[in-house]
Design a binder for this molecule. Structure first.
Ligand code: SRM
Ligand code: SF4
Length: 573
């Protein structure tokens, strides 16, 4: 068969939806006004993502509602756009109130440094978005085939150039926003322009990108944003105390599908070095190259990582240089020596304090004996700096004066939350995705099983004398990789109810992916399987050797793992 006779594959259905949407409007207005259902059409659901919204249903209620012949318990998830994860106390107070008034009362901090609301009924979408608008927050491009929430180092004052890096991340985020007024018309009641002046998307075009696109900025020595998992990354290079420029990374991405070898997690390549003044030009060139060459026929093959894997880095660099007019120079030296958030009080060079607060899975709610939502509201009422959401689902309070330090400590102590940072090294480093009951793609539990899973490992770690050792465990309810599990030293990836693929051997600082160790284990089996490994690690590790490195040197190169028939009970010594 000759090349000419190969029929080109048709564009995926989403391409048609985008093209016909009149710049992301579709028939959302009509669907939102329809009182006969809590849902919107599937086509409009694809468009709603560009507005930061996902139609979901409470999966815990599915069977009962089906038996009762009723509609699913539909509600929306809304994701806020928050470049670099920064938010003011005033914004915090509004989000906190909106969560109580129009959503499930909890707030969820995500692995890309923003907030998610869950359980928002259709009728509450406008009040929520309009409430956010009063404090200049929106959810534009938080999801969809566009440049998503841009990540930037959150932890304040680790370096004098942090503010500069944040400003550049923010500038790129603003630059890459869709120009369509659809969001303002539909949710904020701006005058409808449909049928009026034609709109255009100078950078994206009418069909936007083939798939989501993620950008991160990192500031060594911290790789807190997991830079090699981003489609596009900027690693700040500081020379003589000044920001000399950035090493650009391209083609990271973590998602895969079980059993489909054509899909795989991939770490980004280093493309070259640029001065700070070229960030926007190069970012735009990377994005438009992906816009023009990304695979629009198959959404499982549409991310930038596949464009680069298929066409090669040399071709890609040439295309970026041609489009941007910037010649990338050789990569400059950098070193990542940490990834974790600092916890507790840290004194900054300018004499202010910041407080790193650990929040398991980023969940902020009031639970019996754990009134975190109330405590943070009270802190927001007195806090003079800002809140910074971290890529590890934690929170930093920055810009705290001596006087306010004591007051914030007082609030935490009064609510019994002063010890939140005195957790095991494993707990402080654990990440989980949302999964059940809201995520429509979850194959297994994640956030809801994390506390119990950690408790099991903690017994073992305490017994082995490893209580304070930082080991990263990341769990997700499916292989999409939302908690970046392939970069956790212990990665658990859901494949069916209580069945997970177990990955081991990732680099603690995010420089090496884990390897599939066992394709399918229950959580108890995973604990049982890791029990001897953790015990060995306690006694056989080399000085300073991380758990991921140890696994690579030992269990991953030794005989294949066998799943123990009966999980042994950890023995305290
Ligand atoms: Fe994600 C889809 C949650 C970070 C890869 N992700 C989803 C959806 C929206 C499910 C859906 O499409 O119906 C999840 C909503 C669950 C819920 O009920 O809230 C969801 N992803 C999340 C969050 C909230 C996880 C968390 O617990 O913090 C993170 C929100 C980030 C943000 O604020 O923007 C989140 N998702 C990630 C990451 C990590 C990252 O970006 O650093 C990844 C892997 C990195 C990557 O993109 O390669 C990730 N999410 C995915 C994918 C797979 C994309 C792909 O290339 O195939 C999907 C599915 C999809 O897009 O089709 C997905
Ligand atoms: Fe849902 Fe899968 Fe992402 Fe978890 S990893 S939130 S289960 S899409």
């Amino acid at each position: 068969m000759t090349n000419e006779s190969v029929t080109p594959r048709p564009p995926s259905a989403n391409e048609g939806i985008k093209a016909a949407s009149h710049f992301l409007r579709g028939t959302l207005v009509r669907d939102v006004a329809d009182p006969t259902t809590g849902a919107i059409s599937e086509d409009n659901n694809q468009l709603a993502k560009f507005h930061g919204l996902y139609l979901q249903d409470d999966r815990d209620q599915r069977i009962a509602l089906k038996r009762a012949g009723q509609e699913k318990a539909f509600a929306f998830m809304l994701r806020v756009r928050l470049p670099g994860g920064r938010c003011t106390p005033r914004q915090w107070l509004v989000l906190d109130r909106l969560a109580d008034q129009v959503a499930s009362p909890s707030l969820r901090l995500t692995t890309r440094q923003t907030f998610q609301f869950h359980g928002v009924l259709k009728a509450s979408l406008r009040p929520l978005i309009q409430g956010m608008h009063t404090v200049l927050l929106d959810s534009i491009a938080a999801c969809g085939d566009v440049n998503r929430n841009v990540m930037a180092p959150p932890n304040p004052e680790r370096s004098p150039v942090l503010q500069q890096v944040y400003d550049q991340a923010r500038a790129w985020s603003d630059y890459a926003l869709p120009k369509s007024r659809a969001y303002h018309e539909i949710w904020l009641g701006d005058e409808l322009v449909a049928g009026g002046e034609p709109e255009s998307e100078p950078m994206y075009g009418a069909t936007y990108l083939p798939r989501k696109f993620k950008t991160g900025f990192a500031l060594p020595p911290s790789n807190d944003v997991d830079i090699f998992s981003q489609d596009l990354g900027f690693i700040a290079i500081v020379e003589d105390g000044r920001l000399a420029g950035y090493n650009v990374t391209v083609g990271g991405g973590l998602s895969m599908s079980h059993g489909n070898e054509k899909t795989y997690p991939r770490l980004a390549d280093l493309l070259g070095f640029i001065p700070p003044s070229d960030v926007i030009a190069v970012a735009e060139a990377v994005l438009t190259t992906q816009r023009d060459f990304g695979d629009r026929t198959d959404r499982k093959h549409a991310r930038l990582k596949y464009t680069i894997a298929d066409r090669g880095l040399t071709w890609f660099r040439g295309e970026v240089e041609r489009r941007s007019g910037v010649r990338l120079s050789g990569v400059r030296r950098f070193e990542f020596t940490t990834i974790e958030d600092p916890h507790g009080w840290q004194l900054c060079a300018d004499g202010t304090w910041f407080y790193g607060l650990h929040l398991l899975s980023g969940r902020i709610k009031d639970a019996p004996g754990w009134p975190m939502k109330t405590a943070l509201r009270e802190i927001a009422e007195i806090h003079e700096g800002d809140f910074r959401l971290t890529p590890s689902q934690n929170l930093s309070l920055s810009g705290v004066s001596d006087a306010n330090k004591a007051r914030i400590e007082g609030v935490l102590a009064r609510h019994g939350l002063a010890g939140e940072n005195r957790q095991t090294g494993l707990r402080l480093n654990a990440l989980s995705c949302v999964a059940l009951p809201t995520c429509g793609l979850a194959l297994a539990e994640s956030e809801r099983v994390l506390p119990e899973l950690l408790a099991k490992f903690e017994t073992l770690l305490e017994a082995a004398g490893l209580r304070d050792d930082a080991i990263s465990l990341r769990i997700t309810g499916c292989p999409n990789g939302c908690a970046r599990p392939y970069l956790g030293e212990i990665g658990l990836v859901g494949r069916a109810p209580n069945k997970y693929a177990l990955y081991l051997g990732a680099d603690y600082n995010g420089l090496r992916l884990g390897r599939l160790h066992v394709p399918s284990v229950s959580l108890d089996e995973a604990v049982a399987l890791l029990t001897p490994v953790i015990r060995r690690y306690a006694v056989e590790r080399w000085a300073g050797e991380r758990f991921g490195d140890f696994c690579l040197r030992t269990v991953l190169t030794e005989k294949p793992a066998a799943v123990p028939a009966t999980p042994p009970t950890p023995v305290a010594t």
